[in-house]
Ligand binder design. Structure first.
Ligand SMILES: [Zn+2]
Length: 141
């Protein structure tokens, strides 16, 4: 059979073989791929090296772990701070949040648009798919 896989699909398959397919980023990739959108991965020339890049739309998705990126939703259980070693965690997490903010501003300044997919949103892929679709189809202002 002819090898018709793109390098991205191949590494995705390899990832699956290695059992990494529960990673939030992989779930989002598969979801978006299934919706019929094509994307590039980790374009290093864009601020923050976004996880999924849609050049035709000038849009990117960041897939964020709720803990590491401090999901600001008070309902998010994954973003709760640990009870111990706060002096260790807090500066780290604040640094992450600051960097995210800088990257987001830089993306907008380049006239691209971004959306953040939070890890906890993966529990409901149906509404996540809707959200991604309206983000991608929305006209850039
Ligand atoms: Zn969350």
């Amino acid at each position: 059979m002819a090898d018709t896989l793109t390098p991205e699909q191949r590494s995705e398959r390899m990832g699956r073989i290695r059992g990494k397919d529960t990673k939030p980023e992989m779930i989002v990739r598969r979801l978006v791929h299934g919706m019929g959108y094509r994307y590039r991965l980790h374009r290093r020339d864009l601020p923050g090296c976004p996880d999924l890049v849609f050049p035709r739309y000038r849009k990117v998705l960041f897939v964020h772990g709720c803990f590491w990126h401090c999901h600001p939703d008070p309902m998010c259980k994954l973003a709760r701070l640990p009870k111990s070693r706060l002096d260790f965690w807090q500066p780290k997490l604040e640094g992450n949040r600051r960097r995210d903010g800088e990257n987001e501003a830089a993306i907008l300044a380049l006239n691209w648009r971004f959306m953040i997919v939070w890890e906890c949103e993966l529990k409901d892929t149906q509404s996540l798919a809707k959200k991604i679709k309206s983000f991608l189809e929305e006209e850039n202002k």
